[in-house]
Design a protein around this ligand. Structure first.
Ligand SMILES: Nc1ncnc2c1ncn2[C@@H]1O[C@H](COP(=O)(O)OP(=O)(O)O)[C@@H](O)[C@H]1O
Ligand code: SF4
Ligand SMILES: [Mg+2]
Length: 342
């Protein structure tokens, strides 16, 4: 059996831009453009890039939030998900979540159970009116309706212990916890359904550095115990390098580099990745790294440059770069780069 869990092919997410008195669609914001990647069972794929590069949109489109919350959005491509060991046929998550009437709710629930999400801001993603016990019980009640109340409560206590909280904590409310503890609650809720994939969108970005390390360690322990894959979205490259098996670098809705975490971090090949890595502080003061300062700001996805999206800022741009969109090429084993001049 193949160990592929998720195969994303040419994912495109174009949001509508409304204008005029009638608020008609006057344009399209290309948040994600032709993104392809594979995620294996139990693997951690890091997704990095500056703010606005489309990372969150990739994650949200895989769990149906984009289709659900943005009317008139154009979604293209496929996201094949191999949730069932027994059934080798994958389901296309994009179709499943986009066509609510076409597919039965049961089928959507089945896949939703296997993919959970952890958000950056655990305060706004945890319902403040529910106790921690109710928050963690909620997915159990939806996905395992046959469990008795006592069984559900037992599972809640077990999950709390798994994430380093106390059984009594189920009586308390989210505001009574610190940021790091709230992220533990978010993890317990995500784990309740035994997912195959947890999409973590900047899960530690809002936390103090010391707390970040604790939550990252916990995430690694949980992965070792439960074997789920992570799609780990963040803008902090050193955090992503620490936790990931492979890293994908996004720029203006495109993956520009994808490869084993050490290769991308220590020998980046795309000029954009090189600039990003050059800005990561090094702990050893005797070591020095030349910082590559890029010209200008990341352009708006509304006015995306033609050709290579990076060409207006690229230190090695060639005349052809404004015309041809470079495809990912395998420059070293498993190390893909979207730049013919890299
Ligand atoms: N619901 C939405 N409607 C319109 N534009 C959106 C929506 N969500 C995100 N965008 C736009 O898509 C682009 C990518 O955003 P996002 O995926 O949040 O990037 P990142 O997570 O890398 O910061 C941004 O320009 C953002 O403004
Ligand atoms: S294709 Fe051209 S502009 Fe794009 S990264 Fe390579 S050299 Fe730079
Ligand atoms: Mg984001």
């Amino acid at each position: 059996m193949s160990d592929v869990l998720l195969q994303v092919e040419n994912l495109r997410v174009y949001f509508p831009v409304y204008g005029g008195v009638l608020q008609r669609i006057v344009g399209r914001l290309h948040a994600v453009d032709s993104v392809s990647f594979t995620l294996h069972r139990g693997e951690t794929l890091g997704l990095v890039g500056e703010s606005g590069s489309g990372k969150t949109t990739v994650g949200r489109s895989l769990v149906g939030i984009v289709a659900h919350t943005a009317p008139d959005v154009l979604l293209g491509g496929h996201a094949w998900f191999y949730a069932d060991h027994a059934n080798p046929e994958p389901a296309d998550l994009l179709q499943l979540f986009a066509h609510r009437r076409k597919y039965p709710r049961q089928l959507r629930l089945h896949y939703r159970r296997h993919i959970q999400m952890v958000f950056q801001d655990p305060f706004s993603s945890l319902n403040p009116r529910l106790s921690v016990g109710q928050i963690i019980a909620e997915p159990l009640e939806i996905h395992f309706p046959k469990l008795s109340r006592t069984e559900t409560q037992e599972r809640v206590v077990w999950l709390l212990e798994k994430v380093g909280l106390q059984p009594e904590d189920r009586m308390r409310y989210p505001h009574e916890f610190s940021g790091g503890q709230r992220q533990r609650i978010g993890l317990a809720r995500a784990l309740a359904t035994h997912p195959d994939l947890v999409i973590c969108d900047e899960p530690v970005s809002a936390l103090d550095v010391s707390i970040q390390a604790q939550v990252i360690n916990l995430m690694e322990d949980l992965q070792e115990e439960f074997g789920m894959a992570y799609l780990f979205i963040a803008h902090d490259l050193s955090v992503v390098h620490h936790i990931s098996d492979r890293i994908a670098v996004m720029y203006l809705g495109h993956i520009v580099e994808l490869g084993p975490a050490d290769d991308v971090y220590f020998t980046p090949k795309h000029p954009y990745t090189q600039a990003l890595i050059s800005a990561v502080p090094i702990a050893n003061p005797r070591q020095k790294r030349e910082r590559i300062v890029l010209r200008g700001e990341i352009p708006s996805p509304l006015r995306k440059p033609t050709g290579c999206p990076f060409h207006p800022r690229c230190p090695i741009a060639q005349p052809e770069c404004s015309e041809i969109v470079p495809e990912l090429e395998e420059k070293a084993p498993g190390h893909w780069v979207a730049c013919p001049y890299a």
